[in-house]
Design a protein around this ligand. Structure first.
Ligand code: ADP
Ligand code: MG
Length: 338
């Protein structure tokens, strides 16, 4: 007797959700990245009970056309890449077409969206099943609300850390996205209390001041450099302003926040012997490079990347930072307009 059968779509989505949606912060990450890919200039994130009760993301981006709305919740459905070649030069943050179906399979989701040129759409999906789908008058952009995350996956719910930890993870993600996009105005509120606000005026140092405080932003120095393959720029802290973890080093490749141990290490090495044992700088490093030289398709959450010519990149980073910090009478960057 045959024993093999295909999994239902909802079950397959829930399994994929296990990888893409680990915790409330991963939902925030995926949804904010969608808003960024949709060219939003204002993104508001509203959270309740550290995201487990509710996460709402409101953007003023392109919106989704009425006929595309059901597709957006299908697995492997995306507007961002089409061909195999596209995969090797992705510029958008998303491309796997997994986030919306995964999230909708483990939560109660309401999406309202409009492209601005036609009547908008509202769709309500709970645990992967469409509850309601109708035309609705909505302003241009997208408003997505995710309630009761993991209501149907009790094992996952049990594995959540304390509300403080989950909220700290959300703040951390929003901080990094805000640092990556100084030209987008972000707000993050938890139960009505505003935790993060950036102006969207496009100045990275202002975003740093908004996140780490004006006093600390005054202790950051600017750097810049390039070689044949890479252009690097950003801010890094004076040796007197350090933290006890590497977590405050943010690395962005072509606007995407990434994790790469070697690159982080290259920044630290730029300090030579200026750092005390166990202390790490605060830094934001922007790397611009040919998308063909970076493979972002290593991990479902798309944070780890492989870079070709990595040793050359490391050398450039260490050299530029070392040179900047070696300048006599180091003058920190001015924090303007605060
Ligand atoms: P991906 O981002 O990998 O394409 P998602 O499941 O996150 O996959 O989203 C599916 C599709 O839904 C996207 O390709 C995009 O066309 C659309 N979409 C999702 N969120 C938004 C948004 N906030 N604004 C406009 N379009 C969106
Ligand atoms: Mg996405």
């Amino acid at each position: 007797m045959a024993k093999i059968h295909e999994l239902s779509d909802v079950l397959a989505d829930q399994i994929a959700a296990g990888e893409v949606v680990e915790r409330p912060a991963s939902v925030v990450k995926e949804l904010v990245e969608n808003a960024i890919d949709a060219h939003s200039t204002q993104i508001d994130i509203l959270v309740e009970e550290a995201g487990l009760k509710s996460i709402e993301i409101v953007d003023n981006g392109d919106g989704i056309a009425t006929e595309d709305v059901p597709l957006a919740f299908e697995r492997h459905a995306t507007s961002k890449i089409t061909t195999r070649e596209d995969l090797f030069k992705v510029r958008s943050l998303g491309f796997r077409g997994e986030a919306l179906p995964s999230i909708a399979s483990v939560a109660d989701v309401v999406l309202e969206t409009s492209t601005g040129d036609e009547t908008g759409t509202q769709i309500h999906i709970k645990g992967g099943q469409v509850v309601d789908h109708s035309l609705a008058a909505v302003r241009k952009g997208t408003d997505i609300s995710v309630k009761d995350l993991f209501f149907n996956t009790p094992a996952r719910l049990k594995y959540m850390k304390s509300p403080q930890t989950e909220l700290a993870n959300i703040s951390d993600i929003v901080n990094r996205l805000a640092l990556s996009y100084p030209e987008i105005a972000f707000t993050l509120s938890h139960e009505g209390r505003e935790l993060i606000r950036t102006s969207g005026r496009g100045d990275l140092l202002q975003v740093i001041a908004g996140i780490y405080g004006v006093q600390n932003a005054r202790k950051m120095v600017q750097f810049k450099g390039e070689n044949v393959d890479f252009e690097i720029s950003g801010y890094t802290s004076l040796p007197e302003f350090t933290r006890a973890s590497r977590q405050y080093i943010s690395v962005l490749i072509n606007g995407r926040y990434v994790k790469n141990f070697q690159v982080t290490k290259a920044i630290i090495e730029g300090y030579g012997s200026k750092l005390m044992v166990g202390r790490y700088p605060v830094a934001v490093l922007n790397i611009k490079m040919d998308p063909l030289l970076v493979d972002v398709n290593v991990h479902p959450a798309k944070q780890e990347v492989r870079i070709s010519q990595e040793p050359q990149l490391q050398e450039l980073i260490t050299k530029v930072i070392y040179k900047e910090l070696a300048k006599e009478n180091l003058i920190p960057s001015a924090v303007k307009n605060l």
